[in-house]
Design a protein around this ligand. Structure first.
Ligand code: FMN
Length: 193
């Protein structure tokens, strides 16, 4: 099993020294550990969590994802990042479509299943209700807000790959509150980042 989810806020190893700004046009000379400052900053951000699913042959795949955002309005595009260590990525990286589910605030057990367990060890889809969507991608019954996206491109982003998605199907019930990062970060990830 992986380490604490704080790993998802840890950037690269680079250290740099910045000149602090003294407000009068000069530098304070203060040293700033950029990695530590960045880790602290992103660790305090609040944002919604998603569950990303894929289908490869007979195998349904899926994991909890925090690194995700709308990336374009017209055309509509959404970006999700999958860790190279996750089974969802290792098995599903060539998938043509991915489903992105907003996690409802009440669905902590589902978040724990998809974020705290790996399909290397556990049959996640035997423990939750789901049905097939476009391309047979799994749609989770507990998540009323979801969309299926065609993968436009995929790019190496470091220890994750970024997938740019074009929505091709969606279900929406905007009354549902979201399960957010500050709750999710108490979950120990199934795989290290
Ligand atoms: C707070 C939190 C955020 C996470 N964010 C991501 C993420 O953005 N991308 C990702 O691939 N995994 C992320 N994970 C980790 C996976 O959900 C986790 O390792 C999962 O068990 C992998 O399952 P799999 O091996 O079946 O794919 C996150 C986990 C937690 C707890």
């Amino acid at each position: 099993m992986g380490r604490s989810c704080e790993a998802f806020a840890v950037p690269g190893r680079a250290r740099a020294v910045l000149e602090g700004y003294d407000g009068a046009g000069g530098g304070t000379g203060a040293s700033v550990d950029v990695s530590a400052a960045f880790e602290s900053l992103v660790g305090e951000l609040e944002y919604p969590m998603f569950i990303v699913t894929a289908r490869v042959g007979d195998e349904p795949l899926g994991c909890l994802v925090g690194f995700a955002t709308q990336a374009s309005i017209d055309p509509p595009r959404f970006a999700v990042c999958l860790s190279h260590k996750n089974r969802t990525f290792r098995r599903g990286r060539e998938a043509d479509v991915l489903a992105v589910h907003c996690v409802p605030a009440h669905a902590e057990a589902l978040a724990r299943l998809f974020g705290g367990e790996t399909a290397d060890e556990v049959d996640k889809f035997g423990r939750c209700a789901w049905h097939e969507g476009p391309g047979a991608v799994p749609i989770l019954d507990e998540c009323p807000n979801w969309f299926v996206g065609r993968v436009v491109w995929r790019a190496d982003a470091g220890d994750h790959d970024a997938f740019l998605l074009e929505p091709i199907a969606a279900g929406a019930d905007t009354s549902a509150d979201e399960f957010t990062f500050h709750r999710a970060k108490r979950i120990e990830p199934g795989h290290e980042a």
